[in-house]
Write a protein that binds this ligand. Structure first.
Ligand SMILES: NC(=O)c1ccc[n+]([C@@H]2O[C@H](COP(=O)([O-])OP(=O)(O)OC[C@H]3O[C@@H](n4cnc5c(N)ncnc54)[C@H](O)[C@@H]3O)[C@@H](O)[C@H]2O)c1
Length: 420
């Protein structure tokens, strides 16, 4: 039996689409996206983000629209639009404000607006609520309600999809909390944690990602130190990992639009509230500088004007997402040092790569390189074998395995294998 709740979801990206598909199994759901091309593709059963298969799209009861008028019968609005940072790393709430304006024009009394986009504590009630009020003349907490339910999805990670993990919900009153508990509980077998209030839920989300950023920064920092004293960081981590409370983090690039962005939201709030964010911002600096350190390190190990093949360009393994990828910083830095750099990525879309002034190289191409850098641990690369390296690398070639994925692989003797 389908309920009388009419749900609309604003923003059908990595977060919005999987959620909309799941919710549409139980409720009437319209997925809204301002990107008409995205709507057209979804109607043709194509999710370019590779999160939802065409079979799932075909089976789904989800309706799509890019016309706001189609949402006027909605009584639950869920917002999953991007919350990036500006060039100067300040929160960019443009999309959020625009959506609130649109909702304000169509919302009716008794509705609930739930935000899933990552923000700093206070945004839902102090910025979004008043913006909806401005365009609707309805009062938040009286004429309509506000909720916040942070998203924890991890692109490319099928083990932690929205139906398998605990979902935090919060609202401006007990009734809102109960409605959200009921809605989200349907899709994840009632694994719901009700946060004390909206600000607490907003804060919890932003610190989850900031904590990860800081932990990776620590490992990146010690990686630089251990290189100087010639010990291998992965060996050190394996050794330290035998202690019961040592946390498992690995060196690497922190890109994407979450871990590398959300700490700036927290730092912005700290500045606004006149408190410190030294640790948060130094974590950001260490992680932003890491590709430059790697380029310098690789440059010191190879001869001048090398022909280099970089494997992987997306911001993490097994995803198509190129947003804020740090591999681009590595490539630019190596190019500046005079090397010829080619890049391969089986997941990235050529059209998106073009916007970065790059062109993807096919591995099938008969071309040899002086150096191969494994930058992203895509599953395809884990399978590469002896004959691939033999074919692709020149005599006395070097492999830099930044993710240590080939550590136990038999490699041609004439090739030097370097891990962090
Ligand atoms: N992707 C993740 O892993 C992840 C995880 C947790 C939280 N989040 C947060 O969730 C939010 C969404 O992230 P995402 O990765 O899904 O973004 P995304 O870019 O993949 O998708 C956002 C979608 O919103 C649409 N959109 C933008 N402005 C709009 C508007 N005014 N009206 C309607 N549609 C609009 C875009 O066209 C796009 O399709 C962000 O706040 C992000 O920080 C993302």
């Amino acid at each position: 039996m389908r309920s009388n709740l009419n749900i609309s979801i604003f923003g059908l990206g990595y977060v919005g689409l999987p959620l909309a598909i799941k919710l549409s199994n139980y409720f009437n759901v319209i997925g809204f996206d301002k990107n008409k091309q995205r709507i057209k593709e979804l109607k043709n059963f194509l999710d370019k983000n590779n999160e939802i298969s065409s079979e799932q799209l075909k089976k789904s009861k989800l309706k799509y629209s890019s016309n706001i008028k189609d949402l006027k019968n909605s009584n639950i609005f869920i917002v999953t639009v991007p919350t990036p940072v500006t060039k100067s790393n300040q929160p960019d709430l443009k999309s959020l404000l625009l959506v609130c304006k649109e909702i304000g024009k169509i919302i009716s009394k008794g509705s609930t607006v739930v935000f899933e986009s990552t923000v700093y504590p206070g945004v839902t009630e102090e910025i979004c609520g008043p913006q909806i009020k401005k365009y609707s003349n309805l009062i938040p907490g009286k004429d309509f309600n506000l909720g916040y339910s942070p998203e924890r999805m991890n692109p490319g990670d099928k083990a932690h999809s929205v139906d398998k993990i605990t979902k935090v919900v919060s609202g401006d009153c007990n009734k809102t909390k109960l409605i959200l508990k009921k809605i989200y509980g349907k899709v994840n077998s009632d694994r719901i944690f009700v946060a004390k209030n909206i600000k607490t839920a907003e804060a919890a989300k932003v610190i989850e990602n900031t904590q990860r950023d800081i932990n990776v920064a620590f490992i990146n920092e010690i990686t630089k130190l251990f290189k100087k004293i010639d010990i291998n960081v992965f060996d050190v981590l394996k050794t330290a990992g035998t202690k019961w409370n040592f946390l498992n983090f690995q060196p690497g690039f922190v890109g994407g639009h979450c871990i590398g962005v959300d700490p700036y939201y927290l730092a912005y709030l700290a500045k606004k509230k006149k408190t410190e964010s030294n640790l948060i911002l130094s974590g950001r600096k260490v992680n932003n500088d890491f590709p430059i350190f790697l380029a310098q390190y690789i440059n010191n190990c190879i001869s001048k004007k090398n022909k280099i093949l970089v494997l992987g360009l997306t911001f993490k393994e097994n995803v198509t997402d190129l947003r804020n990828t740090k591999i681009i910083d590595l490539i630019r830095s190596l190019k500046k040092k005079g090397h010829k750099v080619c890049v391969n990525d089986p997941y990235a879309y050529q059209k998106e790569v073009k916007k970065m002034n790059l062109k993807l190289t096919m591995l099938s191409k008969k071309e040899k390189y002086d150096t191969i850098i494994l930058a992203v641990a895509h599953d395809n690369y884990k399978k590469l074998n002896y004959s691939f390296f033999n074919k692709k690398l020149n005599k006395n070639g070097k492999i830099f395995d930044l993710k240590a994925i080939w550590k136990n692989k038999k490699l041609p003797k004439k090739i030097e294998y370097i891990i962090l």
